[in-house]
Ligand binder design. Structure first.
Ligand code: E4P
Length: 220
């Protein structure tokens, strides 16, 4: 499963890209607005440090506007994925871009039927919003499972990009369900590695080693 960071904060991205564990980035208008940056400049900055997919979202709501904005975003770099809302015009734009070989991420997916339509429109990724569904008392991971089942049954190649994840448990569920990718806020990404038994185990190992009086691994 690919791991993407869900942020438009360039320092949050550069802090984490050295590990080789970050496969891509997702942004949205709220995240770009929060960063205070110009979207074209910020996406270019991100693409300069990330070689994997970088989702950049249109803000137009009509087909012509989405096509125009999507093409401008895509012109920034070869790894830009045009992010489109799951609306009728968004799916029309998705089909146009798919026919042109331009990768897309169809976002704001809250139902299996929406995911089915995104796949039929040729989306590269669909983004089910797991956390927002859970927030409403729904079953976000259940939607991921349903999409996985239907995509596999009909052989759709659209990647399931689990989005709006709120916890490390959500990430584990996305992985077990067989999502193709998950996008995580930087804080959740950092938490993936944490385990108290790793910390206490390492401390015990090093304490025992220190008692030998050895300097590093050498005998002396
Ligand atoms: C996905 O692409 C969105 O940017 C994001 O995951 C939305 O998450 P939120 O519900 O925490 O805003």
């Amino acid at each position: 499963m690919q791991l993407f960071l869900d942020t438009a904060d360039i320092s949050q991205i550069t802090d984490r890209t050295g590990s080789g564990l970050v496969d891509g980035i997702t942004t949205n208008p709220s995240l770009i607005a929060k960063s205070g940056a110009d979207i074209f400049e910020r996406i270019a900055e991100i693409c300069a440090v990330v070689t994997g997919p970088v989702s950049a979202e249109v803000v137009a709501t009509d087909l012509d506007g989405m096509l125009e904005e999507g093409r401008r975003l895509r012109a920034i770099a070869d790894n830009v994925v045009v992010k489109l809302p799951l609306t009728t015009d968004g799916l029309k734009a998705c089909r146009t871009f798919a026919d042109e070989g331009i990768p897309t991420n169809v976002t704001l997916c809250f139902s299996l039927n929406q995911a089915l339509l995104a796949a039929k429109a040729g989306a590269t990724f669909v983004s089910p919003f797991v956390g927002r569904i859970d927030d409403m008392g729904g079953d976000g991971p259940g939607l991921l499972e349903a999409i996985r089942e239907v995509y596999d049954r009909y052989g759709f190649e659209t990647g399931i990009l689990a989005a709006s994840l709120r916890s490390v448990t959500h990430v584990e569920m996305a992985a077990r369900i067989g999502c193709d990718a998950a996008t995580l806020p930087p804080g959740i990404f950092d938490s993936l590695i944490a385990h108290p038994l790793t910390d206490s185990g390492l401390k015990a190992f090093l304490d025992d080693w220190k008692k030998t009086g050895r300097n590093g691994l050498s005998q002396g």
